[in-house]
Each structure stands twice: as C-alpha cells, then as structure tokens.
Design a protein around this ligand. Structure first.
Ligand code: SIN
Length: 494
C-alpha cells in the first residue's frame, strides 16, 4: 500500500528542506513508485518509531534503471571532463548547503550521534569534491614501440554501467565514495542502498538531480528484496562493474554471481582489526586511539578495533586509563547533545553481540566493564572484556558493537603472528614510540591499511581497502578512479 506523505511526522518537523525527504525510486531523473505500489517500512533504531514507507523496487524497475544507465552512458562518457567535473562540484556545494538536514536524516535512520553524522556528511562529500577534481586528471600513457614505424598509446576509458551496493553503517559516505569516482570517470550508476537506510541515498539523488546530472546518469533502487535485485545487477550483461561494501559472506556470493558476466569488481568486505599497544607507547595517545577506533559508530565500522593487544609491561596501566575513558562515553539517542554512542542498528545486531560476549565469558574471558543492553531499546552500553584468547569466537568474528576485547602479549614476534592470524586484512593499528619497531611492525602486518599512533585512518586522499578476504580495489585517493576505468592500448602504424 502506498502511504501518503507524512507531512506531520517527527522527521518532517526536524528537516528544514522537505524536498530531501524522498520515498520513491529514482530512475532516469524521475521519481517513480514500484509498479504495484509496494513499499517497506523504515525505522528509527533508537526507539523503533516508524520513519514512513519507501518504494520497494523489484526486478522490473532494476532492469529499467540499468537500461536508463546504459542509454545515458555514451553521451556522458563523451562529455568533456571539465563539464562532468562542474556538475560534481555543484553536487558538492548542494550537499554542503544541506549538511545539517542530511545529518539529521542520517541520525534518524541509522542512529549515530548527530556530531558523527555531521562528520559523515563532511567525510562523504569530500569524495565528491576530490573526484570532481580528479575527473580532469585521467591520464593515459605513451610507450616506446619496438618498431620505429609504430606508436603505442594507452587510453583510460570509463568501464560502463556501474552497480553500487552500499551498507547501512555509513548511509551517505559509502555512496559518495563509489558514485563520485564512477561519475567522474564517465560511468553511469545504478545504486542499491541498504534497506535500513534508504532516505540518505534518496536525498543524495535529489541533490544530484538539482546539481544537473542528465537523466540516467545516477539511478537509485530502494528495495526490501536484496537477493532478487542483487541477482539482476550481477547477471546483467549491461552492467560492467560492481562495487560492493558489506560483509565477506555477501561479497563472496556477489563475486560468484558476477563470474558469469566476468564483471570488474571492487569489494570492501569485513575486517577484524588488531590494535596493538607496545610497552613504549604514549599511553594517552594509545587510549585515545583505541577509543576512536573502537567506539566510532557504536563499534559498527569495518575498521573498528576488534582485538586490542596490550604488551605485558603496559597492560594494567592501559586497562585502567582505557576503562576511565570508556565509562565517560554516553550511550543514548543520537539526537541528544551529549551522546557519543548511538543504538545498534537492529535486534539481530544485539543478539549477535550478546552471543559473542556470552561465548567469550563462558570460555574464560572476564567482564572488566559489564555494559550491555539495559532496557528494551537497541542502546548497548560499552563493554570491556579481558583475558580474551584467540580461540574465542569474539576474536575471530567482526563484533560490530561497542565491545572492546583486550588480550595480553609479551613480544613483537608473538603479537604480529596473532594479529595476522585471521582471514581478514582490512585495517590494523599500533602504538609505539620506537622508530625501528614501527617500521618492522608496519611492514609485517598483513593489512591494506595500518594506523600508527592513531585510531583514525579514513581520509579521502588515502587509498581505502583491504587484502585477503577483506576484498580488493581501492576507494579514494589518486588510485580510486582506477576502479572505474579500463585500459585500452592503441598500436599505430605510421
Ligand atoms: C566502513 O566501515 O566500511 C567504512 C569506514 C570508513 O570509511 O571509515
């Protein structure tokens, strides 16, 4: 059933620019309902209140969006890079003008504290600004030919229609991080955002339309049927590339589905980040880094410290200071000023985090700070577990919650082995003031990104991505455009 515009809702009362509140599919620059009028509900994770109904796109609309993106591709590719760049720049300006509304929308549907949501909008839009600039720097190459009568020239061209599948933990930034480089390169996009957080995606689409992207360049299919829609996106011969951020399990499945059409792929999958504190670390820096890395977004990021290893000589002092810092965090509604930890995304997340803690405690870990769920809401008070060991599930799985698991170690060799003993290879962190040790550990960690004396590594100018089963491809930086380009070589007889 199609639900009428909720003009009098809480959400409407908080968002100044009402145009940002969109509930329909965005195809070929038109706002459309699903053919049968099917919708799905979106909830505020803080109090489970309804944020209204959004169109539940199906296979038919996904195919329509792919066709629109295909029709739009050649003219968009042919446009001068400076013209693509200017439209992206206008999109950047409009997102910045609407930063506060976009942040409120994000907090309402995702739960993170408003200050963090504002930060996410600024972080997300930095990809639009960056790739508006990079659009003009897609360089090819010339190569000396083996034969004097020949010339060898290398062109970089847009890969074609891109399917982007994005997660709920960064409802804004994970979209711009894919869509901005794709559009800058001359590709067109069909986006399927998470069904937990469709509003942020639709608001970005509205602003893209306002910025002047021609029809078909950027299409958004909101849906509660991820399997069916995912199958269309991965099996379509018109879609030439898939970019996905999410779990390793889903990434594997999408990779298999893309095999039939041999699509270019970027996969940013799960992590299991170690954070190592050596005896010679600056303790305050280490505590601050651990708090930033572990508790950002209530522990729901792929780069969150999942295993905190502390060297013997530092262990007790670190734990004491770390606990002091953790108890000063405030969990609650993201709209409340003092709150630093919002709710978990849904009930299944709570059940998973609870079960990881229970299994660790049953196997001998100590609840150094109890925390956990205090009431019926999805608010999860921070937890510290000590005496955690590698054979516990909590050290093997991505926790995705505000739970710090602390391990004790003795030597650098031992901790490097422990840190690398995982299928994941996204982010790692360590804290030390010893220059020689810093280089040794930085080079030995089998991860795509390593934070040294910092818990924050996300930065538009740096290549974001993992190794091993955390996926491949890089987002952001001068490398980020490559994922949306193909290399063509011309052999010219002169
Ligand atoms: C993620 O959790 O996948 C992204 C985190 C970030 O960009 O900092």
């Amino acid at each position: 059933m199609w639900v009428k515009d909720l003009t009098d809702t809480f959400m409407h009362s908080l968002i100044k620019n009402k145009q940002l509140i969109r509930r329909q599919l965005f195809i070929n620059n038109k706002w459309l309902n699903e053919a049968n009028g099917d919708t799905f509900s979106v909830f505020n994770p803080f109090d489970a209140s309804s944020l209204g109904q959004v169109a539940d796109g199906t296979v038919a609309e996904t195919e329509q969006a792919i066709r629109s993106a295909q029709d739009a591709f050649e003219p968009w590719k042919a446009l001068a890079a400076i013209d693509r760049s200017r439209i992206l720049r206008r999109w950047f300006d409009l997102i910045m003008e609407n930063q506060e509304d976009l942040a409120v929308l994000l907090t309402l549907e995702q739960g993170k504290p408003l200050a963090e949501a504002r930060g996410e909008i600024a972080y997300g839009v930095s990809y639009v600004e960056w790739f508006a600039e990079e659009a003009r720097r897609v360089y090819g190459d010339t190569i000396p030919a083996p034969d004097g009568n020949k010339r060898t020239v290398v062109l970089k061209q847009p890969v074609g229609v891109v399917a982007a599948i994005t997660p709920w933990n960064f409802p804004n930034a994970m979209i711009t991080r894919k869509v901005a480089p794709a559009l800058a390169a001359g590709c067109t996009v069909v986006l399927k955002p998470s069904d937990e957080t469709p509003y942020s995606a639709l608001a970005l689409a509205y602003l893209a339309q306002e910025a002047g992207f021609p029809p078909g360049i950027f299409n958004v299919i909101t849906t509660k049927r991820p399997i069916e829609v995912g199958e269309v996106l991965t099996s379509s011969r018109l879609v030439r590339k898939l970019s996905f951020t999410g779990s390793t399990a889903v990434g594997r499945l999408l990779m298999k589905q893309c095999a039939n059409t041999v699509k270019k792929l970027s996969l940013e999958l799960g992590g299991n980040a170690p954070l190592i504190v050596f005896d010679d670390a600056d303790i305050d820096q280490a505590v601050e880094g651990a708090i930033n890395s572990k508790f950002r977004n209530a522990g729901q990021t792929c780069v969150c410290a999942n295993r905190i290893y502390v060297q013997q000589g530092m262990y007790d002092r670190f734990l004491e200071k770390f606990k002091e810092a953790v108890v000063s965090l405030k969990a609650g509604s993201g709209l409340e000023k003092e709150v630093t930890i919002g709710p978990l995304i849904n009930q299944s997340a709570v059940i998973k985090v609870d079960s990881l803690i229970r299994q660790a405690v049953d196997s001998g870990a100590e609840l150094y700070l109890k925390g956990g769920k205090a009431d019926e809401s999805l608010i999860y008070q921070p937890v510290i577990l000590t005496d955690v060991r590698s054979d516990m599930r909590i050290s093997e799985e991505e926790v995705f919650g505000p739970v710090a698991s602390v391990f004790r170690f003795e030597t650098p060799e031992e901790v490097i082995e422990l840190a690398n003993d995982t299928e994941a290879g996204l982010a790692a962190y360590f804290f030390s003031q010893n220059n020689a040790l810093i280089w040794e550990v930085a080079e030995a960690l089998d991860y795509g990104m390593v934070g040294i004396n910092t818990g924050i590594i996300s930065d538009v100018a740096a290549p974001f991505g993992g190794v091993k089963q955390s996926g491949f491809g890089r987002e952001g930086s001068k490398y980020g455009m490559d994922d949306y380009l193909v290399t063509k070589y011309l052999s010219i007889q002169v």
